[in-house]
Structure formats: structure tokens, C-alpha cells
Design a binder for this molecule. Sequence first.
Ligand SMILES: CC(C)(COP(=O)(O)OP(=O)(O)OC[C@H]1O[C@@H](n2cnc3c(N)ncnc32)[C@H](O)[C@@H]1OP(=O)(O)O)[C@@H](O)C(=O)NCCC(=O)NCCS
Length: 422
Amino acid sequence: MQPVALRPNVVAMAANRLQKKSQPVRFGGDTPTPKAQPDALPDPRTTFVPGLAGIVAGVSSVAEVDPNLHSLIYRGYDIRDLVANNASFEEVSYLLLNGKLPNKSELGQFEQKLRSQRDLPTPVLNAMLNHTLPDNSDEMDVLRTYVSMLGPHDPDAGKNDPAANQEKAIRLIAKIPTIIAASYRISHHQKPIKPDPSLNQAENFLYMLTGQKPDPLTAQVFNATMLLYAEHGFNASTFSSRVTASTQSDLYSAITSAIGTLKGPLHGGANQEVMRMLLDIGSVNNVDAWIDNALAQGKPIMGIGHALYKNGDTRAPILKKMAEQLSRQHNDMKWYDMADAIEKKMMAAKHLYPNVDFHMAYLYYLMGIPIELYTPLFAAARVVGWSAHAMEQLSLGKKSLIRPNSLYDGPRGQQYIPVDQR
Ligand SMILES: CC(C)(COP(=O)(O)OP(=O)(O)OC[C@H]1O[C@@H](n2cnc3c(N)ncnc32)[C@H](O)[C@@H]1OP(=O)(O)O)[C@@H](O)C(=O)NCCC(=O)NCCS
């Protein structure tokens, strides 16, 4: 290894330190303040945009979000078309990861891989069975922890090439639903249910959670919800996965970062907050007063509004149609009617539309999914988009690093006073 060339003043200080061991050496005090260079970055005061709103922070061919056209495009395919044609979550995952729809044999192989990778490594399952995390842990904390634990157990751990990352992405998509269902059951003192390789991704999750195979409409709707959650451009969690991948870190680290980001109520956490709100409102007759009161207190109405879509989230009307159908099947229109009343109220009061999480919440409720699993389920679908983006970022190699600047807003010119004189 080549020796590192040290700056002369560092060498002098080190020599000084050896000679005067009893006297502490002052590092840094004699370092001159560099003069501004003509080619320095632009003044942050001129480039600052709060929350990066509207800033283009990268180039991607994974998805296109066009708020003006109300469209969400996965690799060139409109999601409305994918849902209308009953595309499976599996083929959409293939599309997002590979950039093209699979043919029959490619899809067969992909599905086979997914189905064969659903079991968890024994140490991960044992950690759950031993109640390593407190039983009342937040389910997103549980998911983040066990996804992180999967990393070193991956057969391709240590490899970061595109082929290994494709395999890792498939393992993540296959195993995350197993983590969610198994950890939930174990923390509620029920036996985990082994994945069933005869079932597709949507059916298998509901089966692992409840022990019951879902009826066809429930399976179809659940598949569509996963498809609609699978990808959404440079949202906060995806950006987080890309920032982690931008350092040429590994896929599990990128996905773990993304899960932590999705957890917040301003992002993925909104779906469970919507259901808690509906339960709190209790009846369609209470909607007006409840919303008036919340708005008067300046509280955000969950599931309403969007950082990009100012004239409606493309996914919300699709979910509303499904919610109506499933509500009719369950002979329970209560949640649908309340949601419809909130939607109308918010439109009249603030000209705000529902987002993807709004109807998703009571769709999950009708399916009997526990509220605390709504955000983990978002992650179970979005892991596809996160992986596609992280791989895209990794493919940029040395040019991939995302490292923005900040605008300093703290004090300047402070004089250091030793602690015993403060
Ligand atoms: C997603 C969200 C953070 C976007 O915020 P944003 O980009 O600031 O939204 P807008 O710029 O369109 O807001 C316009 C106005 O409506 C208000 N507003 C936005 N969403 C609101 C909501 N859900 N409830 C009440 N008021 C809301 C804003 O405060 C703003 O008011 P102002 O003009 O008086 O400042 C915000 O809509 C929100 O908190 N929604 C609830 C959480 C949620 O559902 N998140 C999931 C997103 S997919």
C-alpha cells in the first residue's frame, strides 16, 4: 500500500506532540481558512428550495409521474391500463425490475423464483419465535429490523453486481410478506403459517396472515392494491433508497433506509392514520363536525392532499371503485359512505383530493387486515420500486453519489471557552 502524504503542518504538529508529551497539541488552530474559489458551488442562498419541492434530483426510466395528466406510468405502461387488464403484481414487479413485460416463460420462471424464496432464514425466524423484539413493537420497526437481518444471510451478501442484485430484489419481494405475517402472528401468540407455493403473491400473504385462502374478488383487489403501491417515482422513501445506493452501498441497506422513511405519517404511515380517523369519526353523520373541528385546530386530514398531484391522485379513483365493489360484497357501505362524505367535504373546504392511502385504508379494513400492518403492506409492494431505483442508482457507478448542500442558519464567530470557565 502507498504511504499517505501528510501535509507539512500535520507532520510538524505530530513531531511537536512527541517532544512535548505533557502539553496538549492544538490541532486545527493553525489551519488557514481557504479563500473562495472561482469554480466553487453556487451560493446556497440562491439555490435553496425547501423540501427539494420541484427540484429534479436525478434521471430515471422506472416511472413517470405526471400530475398535470393525472398519470402514473410504469416503464411506459399506464397503471390504469395495467389494473384494467388485471395485470398481476408478479408481472408488474418483473416489468419494474427488468424494464420490459415478461413473456409467458419469463413470467413462469420469475413466479417460480418468488414462490421458492418465501421462507425466512432459520436465524431470522428464530429471532421472531424467541420474541427478540418486544411484542408491542411498531410493525414498521419490526420490518426494518428483520429486513436488515436478512442482508447478511443472503447467499449473495457481499456481491453488488446487477445479476446478484436482481436475485436479492426477488428474495426481498418474496420474504417481506413472510416477515410481516409471521412476526404479526408470533407477537400475537399465534403460530406462523408457512408460505404456500401454490398461491400467488397476493393470495399467499392473506393466507399466511389469516390461515384462509381469500375469495376471488378479495384476491383480485389485493393484487391491484399491491400493483398500485409498487412504484411512484422520487417519493421520499425511494429517494432515501437512492441516497443510500448512491454511496455504492448494498441493496439491503437501501431498502432498510427506505422502510424507515416510509414509516412517517406524512408518507406511508398515512394509510393507518386514515383508518384510525374513520373509526374515530364513527358515522357518516359525524363527518361534517369532525372535519370542521380538525381543520379549525389546523390538523391535516389524513389521506387527503399530495405533494405532487394537486388535481387528484391517479390511483385514488381506481381504489374508490374497488372499495365500492368490496363494500357491496361485504354488505357494509359504512366506510365507503364516510370516505365519500370526507372527500366531498375536503373538496368544498380546501379543494383537496384524496391520495392513494385514503381508500386503501378501509379496503384493507374490509379484508380483515390489522391496522398496524397497513404501512408494512405498503412496503411489501413498494420494495419493487425501491429495488428498481436502487439498482438504477448503483448502475451509475462513481457518478452516483447524491450529496446536496445545506444553508447554514446557525451562529458564527463563536469563541471557544474551556469547559471549566463556562
Ligand atoms: C401530503 C402533504 C404533506 C402535501 O403537503 P403540501 O405539498 O404542503 O400540500 P399543498 O401545497 O397542496 O397544500 C395546500 C394547502 O392545503 C393544506 N393541506 C394540504 N393537505 C392537507 C390535509 N391533508 N389536511 C388539511 N389541509 C391540508 C396545506 O396546509 C396548504 O394550506 P395553506 O395554503 O393554508 O398553507 C399533505 O397534503 C398532507 O399532510 N396530507 C396528509 C398526509 C397524507 O395523506 N400523506 C400521504 C401522502 S401520499
